[in-house]
Design a binder for this molecule. Structure first.
Ligand SMILES: C[S@@+](CC[C@H](N)C(=O)[O-])C[C@H]1O[C@@H](n2cnc3c(N)ncnc32)[C@H](O)[C@@H]1O
Length: 481
């Protein structure tokens, strides 16, 4: 049975009323039974504290019972207190004021009429001029444990500030745009909207962590090999890892650990994402996994990677330290116009900065679209259920009349990166109150690499290496020239 909080509070208040009524009786009780009274009152005090704590915590509090002590011992203690008070040059009234208790309480303790409660002892011992110690107290009760730091003093929060809100970052406006769009006639949604809602972020996380093809692919990523190349290229000098669209930051944190293992002298890991839940999760994950590495500093930036030129906090006038930008999880492959992003949004890149991209391999040529459905497994299998759960989340939420939402892939072969094609996830929303509506809610490009390498070279990024893994993916490292 669980007891309601109000009931516990009522019981605690009744216990305290009983204590108030009994205390004068205890003070007047014959000497022979005073210690018994003291014990009973202390137990009632403990009971009231236990009830205050919701009936779940039995920690010692300031009112914890004192061990049984004889009246003679309290008389000796009363004399000791009086002597120490006189030695400190304090009257009863002055001591009472310093200890924040009543002068009657001091009188009762000194005359052994009323043994002190633990809370009173704590206050008296806190008056340093009195030079009263726990060892002087009859029964030698345990001193209180040193106070635990308040939450704001805890080491986790005492470090450097760990999160920035980028200028122009306004998730509420994005949310309003998304909802008004979904109530319209259908159309095209930029991929950013797929992560905005907490429910979308949760469904995306479920997809990454539990859908076997993604989980398997992640376990195969050759991050260790890439980290060794990066450290070799930078001569072990400190790096700034700018993780764009870090999501939950698993791969980015793993990469940071690999860079340290490979011998980088220092690493600033900046996690940037549009989704507050994913970014928070990434920050905690990175901090907890990299805490033992003193050369790593982690911080987070809530922002929109399309607005990078606005983020003065990221500008490095002296190009120090060298920057490694990552877009893992095929983030670049989800954008509408990859070259425009690299050219217009990825500013403040200096010569020799590095760019690490995770990109899907095209299993068929975009020049022969008829072959794509046969060779592209994702296209052939239709939109998998975990994708539909993730991408369908905002539609179910903001299209209240929706009765059915069905997904299919549509092929786009005319893309800004030559030789690439993209699969568009199209949601068809059916209801009996509105005409059928179609939304393009997400897209994933696949690349033919010689034209991609050429395209990036023209944009000032020279390909240094490529590691293929899981048959359809590659990790590719570029250097700014
Ligand atoms: C495909 S996920 C990759 C996540 C992560 N890098 C990984 O490997 O699992 C893309 C990430 O980019 C973020 N994102 C999408 N659009 C963004 C934008 N405009 N600005 C910043 N982050 C964005 C999403 O919230 C998401 O976490």
């Amino acid at each position: 049975m669980t007891v309601a909080t109000e009931d516990l509070q009522a019981l605690s208040s009744q216990t305290r009323t009983l204590l108030t009524k009994l205390s004068p009786w205890a003070a007047e009780a014959p000497r022979g039974v005073q210690s018994t009274w003291t014990e009973h009152l202390a137990r009632l005090t403990e009971l009231a504290q236990f009830l205050d704590a919701g009936g779940v915590r039995a920690e010692p509090g300031p009112g914890r019972a004192l061990p049984p002590v004889s009246p003679e011992q309290w008389m000796q203690f009363g004399r000791l207190l009086r002597d120490k008070r006189n030695a400190a040059g304090l009257s009863r009234v002055q001591l009472a004021r310093r200890a924040k208790i009543s002068d009657a309480t001091i009188k009762f303790i000194e005359s052994a009429r009323h043994p002190p409660s633990r809370a009173t002892l704590i206050r008296l011992i806190d008056v340093s001029d009195l030079k009263l110690h726990w060892a002087d107290v009859p029964g030698h009760p345990e001193p209180p444990a040193p106070e635990s730091p308040s939450p704001v003093d805890s080491p986790r929060l005492r470090g450097p500030l760990n999160c920035l809100l980028a200028p122009s970052y306004d998730p509420l406006s994005l949310h309003l745009e998304l909802t008004s769009y979904l109530q319209g006639a259908g159309g095209y949604l930029e991929q950013t909207y797929a992560y905005l809602e907490p429910g979308s972020a949760a469904a995306y996380r479920t997809l990454c962590q539990t859908w076997p093809p993604v989980a398997r692919l992640r376990s195969l990523m050759p991050l260790g090999e890439l980290a060794q190349q990066i450290v070799w290229l930078s001569g072990g000098a400190p790096l700034q890892l700018l993780a764009l669209g870090c999501g939950e930051g698993r791969a980015e944190t793993q990469l940071a650990g690999c860079l340290v293992d490979a011998g980088t002298a220092g690493l600033e890991l900046c996690l940037l994402d549009i989704s507050p839940p994913l970014l928070t999760s990434a920050y905690h994950h990175a901090v907890s996994h990299l805490a033992s590495l003193p050369q790593v500093h982690v911080w987070a930036l809530q922002g929109n990677f399309h607005h990078l030129p606005l983020y003065a906090a990221l500008c490095r006038p002296a190009a120090q330290p060298r920057r490694l930008i990552t877009m893992l999880g095929a983030t670049l492959a989800n954008l509408d116009h990859e070259p425009r992003f690299l050219q217009q949004s990825l500013v403040d890149c200096h010569r020799d900065d590095l760019l690490l991209l995770e990109l899907p391999v095209a299993p068929a040529s975009c020049a022969d679209p008829a072959l794509i459905p046969r060779h592209d497994r994702l296209f052939a299998s239709g939109v998998p259920a975990p994708y539909a759960a993730w991408l369908g989340h905002p539609l179910w939420r903001h299209c209240p009349q929706a009765e059915r939402i069905e997904f299919h892939w549509e092929l786009e072969t005319r893309r800004p990166v030559p030789g690439s094609y993209a699969l568009h996830a199209i949601a068809t929303v059916t209801s009996n109150q509105k005409a059928e509506r179609r939304f393009s809610v997400f897209r994933i490009a696949r690349y033919d690499f010689p034209p991609l390498i050429q395209c990036l070279r023209e944009l000032g990024w020279e390909e240094l290496s490529a590691e293929h893994y899981g048959s359809e993916h590659s990790l590719r490292l570029y250097r700014k020239v």
